[in-house]
Design a protein around this ligand. Sequence first.
Ligand code: AMP
Length: 423
Amino acid sequence: MYQAPRGTQDILPEDAHLWAFVEGVARRQAALAGFGEIRTPTFEATAVFQRGVGATTDIVEKEMYTFLDKGGESITLRPEGTAAVMRAYFEHGMGSRPQPVKLFSLLNTFRYDRPQKGRLREFHQLDVESIGEADPAADAEVVGVHWRYYAALGLRGLRLVVNSIGDALCRPSYVEALRAYFEAHRTELCEDCNRRLATNPLRLLDDKTPACQTILDHAPASIDHLCEPCGDHFAAWTGYLAAAEIPFSVEHRLVRGLDYYSRSVWEVLPANGGAQSTLGGGGRYDGLAEQLGGRSTPGVGFATGIERILLALKEQRVEVPAAPGPRAFVVHGPGIARVQAFQLAEHLRASGIATDLALGDRKLGKQMASADRSGADVALIIGEDEAAAGEVSVKNLRGEDGGEQQRRVPRADVVAFVAEARP
Ligand code: AMP
């Protein structure tokens, strides 16, 4: 038989309530801070990501699902959300709305990477963006949503690390300082680092090769090379975080893997997690709009991986509200009883009462076992007797006496009875 493609997952009904929970909390937290939902297409013109994410990033260099469609257009399955949201911001003239425009989406994203725990080829993200405002309070507001989201999910012991990578004015001199430092240590660095040194020295800082770590740890820090406005922005941003009692630490090696960031960058990590466990990250991207051919427009946002959140919830044994079972389960005898049972189940559903029904030719005892397993509050039984009398036996499956209470109710009264009688 066929199997799901490598690096993809089926989400089965028994796990769907976890997804609904994680997505529901996301919607609630976004709404609490005034972020509205946006849904962009699953694929975009390749240039949106090539120009938006940056040609020398891992994503664009190695991980994009890019193909020519039948019309010969180069199409890419979105590897992230921000560039597409910025494209939509311009396409719909959102620059003329009150700024910032605050948006969130829950989306699937695609990266061709080596699948492992916490790393998939199709994964899902909550993406939160605040576009059109340069105020460091916007950065702090977005971090607030990010941080509160995990707290509201019940995750504990997380670490928020922050940094500033400067802007187009001060970053070049920082990159030069980095380059000079790495050049001096060239022979001690791995092949990958040496290759990146030529294209994007910032990217060396998040290299994970064990032999490179000491050199990378001692590299010049970007916050020592910020111009005055960037320094002020960083001080104000972290000041707001402190005022909101959001705990953070400054991590000099945090640069993030996408080219569009400027000034603020941050990540949230589990207390003791490996490289594949970063829950989410974000940053300011004041240069992105122009990269995409739009008017210079500041922006700040984050993305967090839903699958990684689910792993963390499981590892921390967070109790997630269980999916509700049906309210009623209809079991029945053969013949006319069966037709009446079907009719009753449909009637209950039409009345807004979640109802399940035994299908097939199973004996009453087997059907009752299914009713017990279903988690329903009541079993509604139409045997031959009940069918003839125009009645239904209602059995409480949740009663304190082990669910032994049972009473007969006229068929016409069953909907009202089930709706009212809370076991
Ligand atoms: P990034 O845009 O790379 O910062 O990714 C944002 C978040 O998405 C990460 O912190 C992860 O939680 C998640 N993520 C990124 N890549 C993957 C992947 N291949 N599989 C699962 N989750 C991912």
